[in-house]
Design a protein around this ligand. Structure first.
Ligand SMILES: Nc1ncnc2c1ncn2[C@@H]1O[C@H](COP(=O)(O)OP(=O)(O)OP(=O)(O)O)[C@@H](O)[C@H]1O
Length: 223
């Protein structure tokens, strides 16, 4: 079992202190849901942990040992699905897969996936948003990393593909610890094993929908 612990994260942009007191622990086999209103710093936090945002300060340990986020991309411990689509739109799906995986066995996992095998001859630009996002989660999720962070995997995705992405994440969590943020809160709550909400730069552990209402992320009247 691998354990990723975020001990602290702080960042400010100009006068605005976006993240002040943030912490969590996530293990392989777990899915952590991260909630919070627009602009509270969810994407910023994921980019800091991934190591692509060099500002601010982030303190992480992996299996109890200090982990340098600036070496994460080279050490390949934590994978990251950015908020916006990243696969080149002019390529055919079958030409894209070998760019991510050199080993044939790994390529086959993607090629023979039930939803992907039908669309390998298509160019990415001709796929639906749901197909593209599913493909991206499948690609990033099958890299060798022990942890996977996903920024808005459900946004704008048709319901059928949201179900498929949730099934995929439930499968991937047997080998990985997953951190997921999305305003489609019910989809996150459907699969998460623990959750937190970021408010005024502070992370607050929460249980579910009632806490999201209590902390004013959801309206009191939402069903
Ligand atoms: N590079 C930057 N320069 C200045 N301000 C930034 C930068 N990146 C983020 N911010 C600010 O930091 C705050 C947090 O942004 P972030 O994108 O992390 O929020 P978020 O919680 O992911 O929002 P959303 O739910 O809308 O995706 C926002 O006020 C944003 O404008």
């Amino acid at each position: 079992m691998e354990v990723l612990q975020l001990l602290s994260a702080t960042i400010r942009f100009g006068k605005k202190e976006v993240l002040k007191k943030i912490s969590f622990t996530v293990e392989t086999g777990e899915i952590l849901g991260v909630f919070g209103r627009n602009g509270c710093g969810k994407s910023t936090l994921l980019k800091m942990i991934f190591g692509s945002l060099k500002k601010g300060s982030v303190n992480i340990s992996m299996n109890g040992k200090t982990f340098n986020v600036h070496e994460n991309i080279s050490s390949e411990r934590i994978a990251y699905l950015p908020q916006h689509s990243f696969v080149p739109r002019n390529l055919k799906v079958r030409d894209l897969i070998p760019l991510y995986f050199l080993e044939e066995q790994k390529q086959d996992v993607i090629f023979y996936d039930t939803l992907i095998s039908k669309i390998t001859a298509n160019k990415v630009r001709d796929l639906s948003l749901g197909q593209v996002r599913y493909l991206e989660v499948l690609l990033v999720g099958n890299l060798n990393h022990d942890f996977l962070m996903l920024d808005e995997p459900f946004s704008m995705i048709e319901p059928l593909y949201k179900i498929e992405i949730k099934k995929l994440l439930n499968k991937l969590k047997f080998e990985k610890g997953i951190i997921i943020t999305d305003h489609y809160y019910q989809d996150v709550l459907d699969i998460s094993s623990q959750n937190l909400l970021i408010e005024n730069g502070v992370s607050i552990p929460i249980k579910g929908k009632e806490d999201l209402k209590r902390l004013h992320y959801l309206s009191k009247n939402s069903i």
